[in-house]
Design a protein around this ligand. Structure first.
Ligand SMILES: [Zn+2]
Length: 457
């Protein structure tokens, strides 16, 4: 190629779908236009020297909560949340519909789009809401470009009601008509409600009780139910944040029967367990809860066996006060762990370095497969013609995470990750060819990211 291109990244180890190779990657007009040897790389107006670095596709987070617009602006917004994403190598963030109002119709979608477009520094896509209120609006949401529809089988929040079975079945029928994807928070509402009530009545409020109050059977039962609904309706199904290996056989069997189901887990289920819940109490509270150390290791076995399709952050930020104001009462504390900037670093440290997961496998789990499942085929892989969403990683750099350096808005000094030393660091992040983050600094302007929509016809 003799023509000068915008950017060339040279001398890096490129994580391609076909394997890791040394070479160069050329970018023009926000797209990947060549993958070559270093010697035959085209001339470029800008050259990035990736000597000693790994060049991966930008991560695609299928499960983030930014919550804007919201009642709680102190927790996160689309600028801080996407800056944190960029600093963690995430170039596309698929955001959950739990904004206020939830994304149940065109009006809510457009309202959110306007806010997001002024602020985001990475690319985003929206989940639509699967609630009773959304019934009759799915065609409209598909038309807007929602990439999937999220349902809570258990209670979620005052603004996002749990969906009873009949409404879920009807919604899946409606969504299956246009080939849409339904993502499920799968826990049995009745078991959780009553088990927690028993604990409260007995005066048990400690952190470890949170896991006991949301037992694995509650998760397994709900997964079993939604698999049956998916099989019956033909609706494509995505299991969000699987925490327990006890659902492993159930999912395997469903796949064998031809049910179109994908499964996601999150870094916290792979890195933290009930010991952390005991230690950090409400600051390690998430739903489904952290499970036993034995379960955590078995999740790694599932991951290495290719039984997870993807990893999502389930970034759910809270301020210190959101939890501290409830004293020791685990039941009153809000659930969720912030970690938008930590997914890739945690997976490099625990996955690549400690569990022997290959870089190709990590790219598949955090970029390629989420992009394809959520209908963003131009993202998630270093392929010719794809968006030039790229992350440069120093595999051997050791660093210590502290909330004080995080771009996320809710400065949670008691995060279970606080003070954790990690091996593997994000050096630079490019979105559509532009560097948005480099060496600790955000270089992109608010609103430089794009909203990706997808309409299934
Ligand atoms: Zn979530």
């Amino acid at each position: 190629m003799s023509q000068q291109v915008d950017t060339v990244i040279k001398h890096g180890r490129l994580v391609l779908e076909t394997g890791v190779v040394n070479g160069a990657i050329a970018l023009q007009d926000g797209k990947i236009v060549a993958i070559t040897t270093n010697e035959s790389a085209p001339d470029a107006r800008r050259e990035i020297d990736a000597t000693g670095l790994v060049v991966m596709p930008g991560m695609v987070d299928p499960h983030a909560h930014i919550w804007e617009p919201t009642h709680y602006p102190e927790r996160e917004d689309y600028l801080t949340g996407t800056q944190a994403a960029a600093s963690g190598g995430i170039t596309t963030l698929i955001e959950m519909p739990l904004s206020v109002p939830p994304v149940t119709n065109r009006e809510a979608f457009e309202y959110k789009r306007e806010i997001v477009q002024k602020k985001t520094v990475v690319d985003v896509a929206f989940w639509g809401a699967l609630t009773e209120k959304s019934t009759g609006h799915y065609d409209e949401l598909n038309d807007c470009g929602c990439v999937a529809y999220k349902v809570f089988i258990p209670y979620a929040s005052q603004d996002y009601p749990h969906t009873p079975d009949y409404a879920l079945l009807k919604s899946m029928e409606e969504i299956s008509r246009f080939g849409g994807l339904v993502g499920v928070h799968a826990e049995n509402a009745d078991i959780l409600f009553n088990r927690q009530k028993e604990f409260e009545e007995k005066g048990i409020f400690n952190g470890a009780a949170h896991e006991q109050a949301r037992p694995e059977i509650a998760e397994v039962e709900a997964i079993s139910r939604v698999i049956l609904f998916a099989e019956h309706t033909g609706c494509r199904l995505h299991i969000c944040h699987l925490s327990t290996v006890k659902a492993r056989e159930l999912i395997k069997q469903a796949r064998t029967r031809g049910v179109d189901v994908t499964v996601e887990t999150c870094p916290h289920y792979l890195v933290l367990d009930t010991m952390d819940l005991e230690k950090h109490g409400g600051f390690a509270k998430c739903n489904p809860p952290l499970r036993s150390p034995e379960n955590r290791e078995l999740l790694w076995d599932m991951l290495k066996a290719g039984e997870f399709d993807m990893i999502g952050t389930d970034h759910t930020p809270y301020t210190n006060d959101d939890r501290l104001k409830h004293g020791d009462n685990i039941w009153r504390m809000p659930p969720g762990i912030g970690g938008m900037d930590l997914m890739l670093p945690l997976m490099l440290d625990e996955g690549y370095h400690k569990h022997g997961v290959s870089l190709e496998q990590l790219a598949k789990l955090m970029a390629t497969q989420p992009a394809r499942r959520f209908g963003l085929p131009h993202k998630g892989a270093l392929n010719l013609g794809n968006d030039a969403d790229i992350v440069l990683v120093d595999l051997d750099a050791e660093w210590t995470y502290t909330w004080a350096n995080s771009y996320a808005k809710a400065k949670c000094a008691h995060s279970p990750y606080e003070g954790k030393t990690l091996k593997g660091k994000v050096v630079e992040t490019l979105v559509q060819g532009n560097t948005v983050y480099r060496h600790g600094e955000i270089l992109a302007k608010p609103g430089s990211g794009h909203l990706n929509t997808r309409r299934i016809i």
